[in-house]
Design a protein around this ligand. Structure first.
Ligand code: PGA
Length: 253
């Protein structure tokens, strides 16, 4: 099957200045000339600034409010993200779940994002793997509760990112293996297929995230069958990020 790969850079709360954000973004623009789709999700404050830099790279947010404009101090709505240049939004990231975000809240955010014309990148992932495979029930619950009530016709705009919490960031206990992702890829596709039908489910891209690097990316693409990546640390390192884009350009599409 032809695959159109997506590489999403999650800059989290980095870098510390708009000037540095421009520098990194410009180098991403230079390497994002191939057929893979590259999406950078910077802190929302930088979106308008980065939107002005010409090139193929698309932009996304890292969170949004589950409703429209109003009296919600400190919040940013999906319409505002769209207006600032975002076309995607990461939702349900484990770092936000650790801050208390629930599946029900994420569900509200997904619906709001779809209404505003943003493609939600829904993150799911277990904190640990147990021998009795309870983590599969956990993932199923996350996916089902977060996607509750989402209409079949808007569903194809959604992207899934499987990010095992134990493999993310500096606190990762070990690297995930491509075959572990493969198992989850098949499992998630079955959940989507049961809910939305096979045809709709097949259109959804399932990304891998968690310590992705130029060293392990090829394995997740070939053995894991990933439709792309959600990348944290390596997305702030232009050299590493462009190498991963290159591997995706060679592998997919
Ligand atoms: P990492 O982060 O690539 O630095 O492990 C991934 C993520 O948190 O999305």
């Amino acid at each position: 099957m032809l695959r159109n790969l997506i590489i999403v850079g999650n800059w989290k709360m980095n870098p510390a200045s708009g000037k540095e954000a421009e520098r990194i973004f410009k180098s991403v623009q230079n390497s994002a000339a191939g057929q893979s789709r590259v999406v950078i999700c910077p802190p929302a404050l930088y979106l308008s600034r980065l939107k002005k830099i010409p090139g193929k790279t698309l932009l996304g947010g890292q969170n949004c409010f589950p409703g429209e404009a109003g009296a919600f101090t400190g919040e940013i709505s999906s319409e505002m993200l769209y207006d600032a240049g975002a076309r995607y939004v990461i939702l349900g990231h484990s770092e936000r779940r650790t801050m208390g975000e629930t599946n029900a809240e994420i569900n509200g955010k997904i619906r709001a994002a779809l209404v505003a014309g943003l493609s939600p990148i829904l993150c799911v992932g277990e904190k640990e793997r147990d021998e009795g495979h309870k983590y599969l029930d956990f993932i199923k619950e996350e996916a089902q509760e977060c996607l509750k009530g989402v209409a079949k016709n808007s569903f194809s705009g959604i992207i899934l990112a499987y990010e095992p919490v134990w493999a993310i960031d500096k606190s990762a206990t070990r690297e995930s293996a491509p075959e572990e992702f493969r198992e989850m890829y098949i499992f998630l596709r079955r959940i989507l297929s049961d809910k939305f039908g096979r045809e709709a489910a097949e259109k959804v891209r399932i990304l891998y995230g968690g310590s992705v690097s130029p060293k392990n990316a090829a394995g997740f693409l070939s053995e894991g069958g990933a439709d792309g990546f959600l990348i944290g640390r390596a997305s702030l390192d232009p050299k590493k990020f462009s190498k991963i884009i290159e591997l995706c350009d060679q592998s997919g599409n």
